[in-house]
Design a protein around this ligand. Structure first.
Ligand SMILES: Cc1ncc(COP(=O)(O)O)c(C=O)c1O
Length: 422
C-alpha cells in the first residue's frame, strides 16, 4: 500500500481544482491564500449545481424536492460528523460561518454563567474565538482572562493558560492551530486540565481542518467549530457540540421552529446548496484516502484518516522546504516554529516581515508576480499586538496539499528578487 502523496498524485489532486489552472502573465498563479479560504474542487461545484438543478426546495415540505433536499442536508450533517469524529449527525450545526455560529452560541452558553465566574481565551487565537467570548463575558459580568504566548516561537504559553484556570472557570476557548504562526496547540492536554475544574472547552479548529484530522473524542472537548471554505468547500460554518449540551441548553430561536436536534440550533433557512458542497469537500478528502489506500470501499472516517496522514507528511516536507528557503533570505523574519525537529508542532502557515518593505508592499509585489498571499493581522489581532506589529502586520504564506515544491522554489526566488531590488 503506497500511502504517500507523490508528485503524480498531487497533480491528480490539482487537476480537480479548476481555479488552479489560472495563469498570471503566462505563468501558473500560486495560491498561498488557503488560510483565508482554499480553492474548491469540481466535485464541490457540481454538488452545489446539482442541488439547484434537481431539488432546490425549503426544509420539511410534503413533496419530492423538499424531501430530497432534506435527505441531502442530512447527508451533509453525516459527512461533517465523520470529519470531526462525532458520534451522531445531529451534533453537527451548520451556519453562515464560524464567527456567526460562535456569536450565537456564546450568547446562549453565557446565560449559564454568573458574576464571579471567569473564562479563559488566548492571545494566539483568531478574534472569532476571542471577542465572541469577551463580549458575552462582558454582558454577563464575568471576568475574562487572556493566556499569554511565547514570543520567540509564537506558540501558546500552556503553563500560563493553566495558571489562569480555577474553580470559577466556566469556559476555556482555544484554537487548534494558529492561522498566523501555524502553531498547533496541545488541546488534549489543555482540555483534560480544564476538566479537572469542570470548565467547558471550546475549540476553534478552523485553521487546523485543511491540514490534520480533527477528533473531538480524542480531544475530549465540549464544542468545536470549523469552516468548510478552509478545506476545499463552500462558505459554510460548522459547530459540533455534545448532544446532551445541545439538548439542554436554551437556544435563541423563533417560534414554532423545531426543538429537535439539529434544527433547534440552525436558525432561519440554511444555504442548502452549500451544505451539499460541504459534503462533497469532505468526500474529496475521503476519496483521496481511498485512492491512497487503494481501497474504494474504505469507510469515510477511515479514508479520512489515511488522507490526512498523507497530507500531514506531504505538508511537513513542503513546509520544511519553505522554511529553509526563507532562512536563506537576508533580513527576513519568520514568526513561528522554524526548527525541522519541531515541524510536527505546526501547520504550513508561515508569517514573515522584512524591514525593507511593509507587509502590504511585500504582498503587493508578490501579487504582481502571480503569488497570492495575505498581509495584515488576519484577525489574529491579539498576536500582532503582542508582537508589536500593528497596524502593518505580516505577510502570510499559507500552503495546503495542492501546493508544490516547484511553487515553493518560485516563491523563494520571487522574494529574493523583490527584496534585492527594494
Ligand atoms: C483560526 C480561525 N478561526 C476563525 C475564523 C473565522 O472563520 P469564519 O470566516 O468562518 O467566520 C478564521 C477565518 O479566517 C480562522 O482562520
Amino acid at each position: 500500500m503506497d500511502s504517500q502523496l507523490t508528485p503524480e498524485l498531487i497533480q491528480q489532486c490539482r487537476a480537480q481544482f479548476p481555479a488552479l489552472a489560472r495563469e498570471h502573465e503566462g505563468q501558473p498563479a500560486i495560491f498561498l491564500d488557503g488560510p483565508a479560504g482554499t480553492q474548491v474542487t469540481q466535485s464541490v461545484i457540481d454538488a452545489i449545481s446539482h442541488y439547484y438543478c434537481t431539488c432546490n426546495a425549503n426544509h420539511g415540505g410534503q413533496f419530492a424536492t423538499s424531501r430530497e433536499s432534506d435527505e441531502l442536508v442530512q447527508q451533509a450533517h453525516q459527512a461533517l460528523a465523520d470529519l470531526v469524529g462525532a458520534d451522531d449527525w445531529q451534533e453537527i450545526i451548520f451556519g453562515a460561518n464560524m464567527t456567526t455560529l460562535t456569536f450565537a452560541f456564546s450568547r446562549a452558553l453565557s446565560k449559564t454563567w454568573s458574576a464571579g465566574d471567569n473564562i479563559v481565551v488566548t492571545r494566539l487565537d483568531h478574534d472569532a474565538n476571542v471577542s465572541t467570548w469577551a463580549l458575552a463575558a462582558r454582558d454577563q459580568n464575568v471576568e475574562i482572562r487572556y493566556a499569554a504566548i511565547q514570543q520567540d516561537d509564537c506558540t501558546l504559553d500552556v503553563n500560563d493558560l493553566k495558571s489562569k484556570i480555577d474553580d470559577r472557570t466556566r469556559l476555556v476557548a482555544v484554537g487548534l492551530a494558529s492561522n498566523s504562526s501555524g502553531s498547533i496547540n496541545p488541546v488534549k492536554e489543555i482540555t483534560s486540565y480544564a476538566k479537572q475544574f469542570d470548565a467547558q472547552v471550546f475549540i476553534d479548529a478552523v485553521h487546523y481542518a485543511p491540514h490534520r484530522l480533527i477528533d473531538v473524542q480524542e480531544i475530549g472537548c465540549d464544542f468545536l467549530a470549523c469552516s468548510t471554505y478552509k478545506f476545499f468547500g463552500p462558505h459554510i460554518g460548522v459547530l459540533w457540540a455534545k448532544k446532551e449540551i445541545l439538548e439542554t441548553l436554551e437556544a435563541y430561536k423563533v417560534r414554532p421552529s423545531s426543538p429537535a436536534l439539529p434544527d433547534k440550533w440552525m436558525t432561519g433557512t440554511q444555504n442548502f446548496a452549500s451544505l451539499c458542497g460541504a459534503r462533497a469537500a469532505v468526500d474529496y478528502i475521503a476519496d483521496l484516502g481511498r485512492t491512497l489506500a487503494n481501497d474504494g470501499s474504505l469507510q469515510r472516517r477511515s479514508a479520512l484518516q489515511v488522507a490526512y496522514q498523507a497530507i500531514a507528511d506531504y505538508e511537513d516536507e513542503l513546509c520544511q522546504k519553505l522554511l529553509e528557503g526563507l532562512a536563506s533570505i537576508d533580513g527576513l523574519k519568520v514568526y513561528g516554529i522554524t526548527e525541522a525537529s519541531r515541524i510536527q508542532q505546526r501547520v504550513p502557515t508561515i508569517s514573515v516581515t522584512h524591514s525593507k518593505l511593509t507587509a502590504k508592499e511585500l504582498a503587493h509585489e508578490l501579487g504582481q508576480r502571480g503569488i497570492y498571499a495575505w498581509d495584515g493581522n488576519y484577525y489574529a489581532l491579539e498576536l500582532t499586538e503582542q508582537l508589536g506589529l500593528e497596524p502593518e502586520g505580516m505577510v502570510r504564506l499559507g500552503l495546503v496539499h495542492y501546493n508544490t515544491a516547484d511553487e515553493v522554489e518560485r516563491v523563494i526566488a520571487a522574494l529574493k528578487e523583490i527584496l534585492e531590488k527594494s
